[in-house]
Every structure is written in C-alpha cells, then in structure tokens.
Design a protein around this ligand. Structure first.
Ligand code: MTE
Ligand code: MO
Length: 419
C-alpha cells in the first residue's frame, strides 16, 4: 500500500470513528501530505537499510531501544530523604501490561537479597499440620497465571491535601498491572488442613520491615495467590523475589513481598500496618480500619500533565481504568470539564481486577479544554469527584483516593493538573 493510500484509509477510519458533532476538518493537520509529483522518490533508503545490523547483544538480557531511555520509573518529587517508592511511567505505557522494569516499587526497609534455595515459607497456627515449604516444594503445586492490577493505597494521596502540577506518573504512578503466576493459596492451605476456627491469616515478609498484615480467611481461600513469577519470568527482587502473596483487587500493602510466614488465627493481629498506617481518619477523629478492595478508578494517561499538544486536530484520548470490586463496565470521557460525557471504547480483554485500556477519539479545536474520565464497575460503583471523596471520607483522609482526575489543555497546548 502506498503512503497516500494508507493516509486516505486512516482518514476514512477517523471519519467513521469520530464522535458525532466533532469535525474532521483539521484532523491530523500536522501530518505531512506527500506531494503528488514526488510520488516516486518520497521513500528514500536510509543508511540503516543499507548495512548489516548489530549482532546479538551482550549481556544477552534485552533492553528497550536506546531511544526510549527516558521511559523509566521516577522517585517522588520532591524526593524524601529516605526513599520509599518509585513510580510507573503511565504516560508512556501502551495496552494494559506493565513491563517488569517499570513496575512501581514500594518497600518499607529496602529490597532484601534473598537466596531462593535458602528461602522458606512457614504455615502454622490453626492448621492440622504446620509445614515448612522450600521454593522447590511450592513450584511443584498446580499453578495459574492471571492478569491483575496492583495499586498502593497511598496512590494519588498527596492530591487530597494539595494539587500538584506534575505528570500522571508522579501523581498516579503507584499502579501497575502484570501477569502473575503462582499457586492458589487455598491449595497449599488445604495441604496443611485448615481448622474450622480459622477466620484470619497473618502474612509476614522476610525484609527488614518484616511487613505484616491480617487478611480474612475468605480472601485467602478465594483468589489469593502465592506468586513466584511476573510477566513470564521469576519475580523481580523489588517485587518480592522469590515469593510474594498476591491479593487481587486489595490495597497493595497487603500483598506481602518476600513472604516467609502465614499464621491462621481467629482475629486480626492489629499490626502496625493496620493500626498506625493504612487506616482512614474520619471527621469525628475515629479511624476506619481494613479498607481492603481498591475502589473503581480511572485516569487519562494521554494527553496528561506536563505534556504539550503541538497542533490542533485529531488526538486519541487514552487511559486506564480498574476496580478492586470486579470488572470495568464503562468509562465515560468529557472534554468540556464535565458538562457533557461520551462513552469511551474499552479495549479487550476486559478482565476482573485488571487494568483496562480505554480510548476516545477527539479533535482539538485549539480552545482551552478540560479532560475527565469517569469509570463504572460491575458492582455499579461510579468513580467519584474529589469533592465527593473528601465529603465521604473527611478532609483528614489520606489513603484510598479514587477521585476523577481533570487535565486542563490550555490554548497553547500545555496540559496541566486542573484540580
Ligand atoms: N514485605 C513487604 N511487603 C510489602 C511491602 C514491604 O515494604 N515489605 N510494601 C507493600 C506496599 S505498601 C505495596 S504498595 C506493595 C508494592 O508492591 P511492588 O513494590 O511490587 O509494586 O507491596 C507491599 N508488600
Ligand atoms: Mo503501598
């Protein structure tokens, strides 16, 4: 197909896919149309087509193209003295999977260096047969691979106090989505014989923080996974190598990394991570404990904060939606600050407790605009505004911010946080 044909096909696609009322004239104004007279010589042969390419790389583990070197995790801005988290570059991702080298990291005492041959998982408490498992023991059980999002409950939290003019990565980048492979926890717990009195499980990490959380047995016997691999390779050290707990849809901190112990009991253990942290302070001064599932949320990743639209014309607004309560049913997009809304296209696959990619065609006419996205999940829950989040939780609230993110597009094309 000639470049001209490709171009006209694309215009046809745009015509048929654009939302009603949007004008196609001026769409792709920036595209260089090939002059008819130059038909025969427009495709020059570049130097890289005329020579042999480079050999296999050394070291043999592949890396992204050197032209993509700016697509990396970032530390918070301003960076705290004690570094605690790095963030995923959501604005540069395509589809729903976060590549392993870009998965956000959150660790309370750094990344331990664990030799998998020496690692052990202990299961004890209210079980008939307390057991110690090696990694070899664990990978012998039947496994499964599933795509799930993981979001830190502190994601987007700083926005509740003060809007910041930063990138989507800096504001919302404590979010990732991988294909996780592991053994259903229920399989291994049944091996130990769960006693009927067991209602809660304690999970403990082997890192310097010995991060510890109480988890209802209902979740442990449902879809909880003992994960040893992510996106087709063994876990990265920073994601919990060689073994982590994974609780689909639950706040990130409960998916204990470097998992070394599970104890079954009758009540929650009231650990530091469920009393001093990860609670939601209410207006009356009381704190709400145990907010497990991450509520329905979405964010536009392109265009997003600190980007610049170079010209008027066609843009595909795209972003991510997810819910810890189930599947994403609908994402609506507004380009006029919420006066009118249209349904975004949801890209298949639309999986339970996974990121979903949404797309919405838009022609920017050069006037200031405010872009919003609003997700609805299979439980019927609709993503709230920031005002609604603060009203429901109180101005003291810090964790679990799932508010709608508005992006302002100025007449000069600059995109900023419109909060
Ligand atoms: N052992 C242990 N598990 C942990 C943590 C930790 O510091 N130590 N951090 C938790 C927090 S707060 C989050 S949000 C997730 C982050 O997982 P990731 O680093 O793989 O993105 O791991 C959780 N599991
Ligand atoms: Mo977290």
């Amino acid at each position: 197909m000639s470049k001209n044909e490709t171009f006209s096909k694309r215009r046809q696609f745009l015509k048929s896919s654009l939302v009603a009322g949007a004008s196609v004239s001026g769409a792709l104004a920036s595209q260089n149309v090939i002059a008819q007279t130059k038909q025969n010589d427009f495709l020059e042969i570049d130097p890289w087509t005329k020579t042999q390419g480079s050999g296999f790389i050394n070291p043999p583990y592949g890396l992204p193209s050197k032209y993509e070197k700016n697509v990396v995790r970032v530390l918070p801005n301003p960076a705290p003295t004690f570094l605690t988290a790095s963030r995923t570059p959501l604005q540069s991702l395509h589809g729903i999977i976060t590549p392993n080298g870009l998965v956000f990291e959150r660790h309370h005492a750094g990344v331990p260096d664990i030799n998998p041959d020496q690692h052990r998982l202990v299961i004890h408490g209210l079980v008939d047969r307390p057991m110690i498992f090696t990694m070899e023991d664990i990978v012998r059980f039947p496994s499964e691979s599933r795509i799930y999002f993981l979001e830190c409950s502190g994601n987007s939290a700083a926005e509740l106090k003060k809007a910041s003019n930063q990138t989507v990565q800096q504001i919302h980048g404590l979010l990732s989505c991988c294909e996780w492979t592991g053994v259903r926890l229920s399989t291994i717990l049944q091996e130990c014989g769960v006693q009927p009195a067991a209602k809660w499980a304690l999970a403990e990490g082997a890192d310097g923080a010995a991060m510890t959380r109480s988890i209802p047995m209902s979740k442990m016997m449902d879809d909880a996974l003992l994960v040893y691999a992510q996106n087709g390779e063994m876990l990265r050290a920073e994601q919990g190598y060689p073994l982590r707990l994974f609780l689909p849809g639950f706040e990130g901190n409960m998916s204990i990394k470097w998992l070394r112990r599970i104890k079954l009991g009758t009540e929650p253990w009231q650990t530091r991570e469920e009393t001093s942290a990860y609670t939601d302070l209410r207006a009356d001064g009381k704190a709400l404990q145990f907010t497990f599932a991450m509520d329905v949320k979405s964010v536009i990743t392109q265009p997003s904060g600190m980007m610049k639209l170079k010209s008027q014309g066609f843009y595909e607004i795209t972003g991510l939606a997810w819910s810890g309560n189930g599947k994403i049913r609908r994402v609506e997009v507004s380009t006029d600050g919420g006066k009118s809304w249209g349904d975004a296209i949801l890209q298949e696959p639309i999986l339970d407790k996974s990121l979903v990619r949404f797309r919405y065609p838009w022609v920017w006419d050069g006037a200031p605009a405010i872009l919003l996205s609003r997700a609805t999940d299979s439980s019927g829950e609709v993503q709230p505004t920031m005002e609604a989040v603060i009203k429901a939780k109180s101005a003291n609230t810090f964790y679990h911010n799932n508010a709608i993110q508005p992006w302002r597009v100025a007449a000069n094309g600059e995109v900023s946080n419109a909060r």
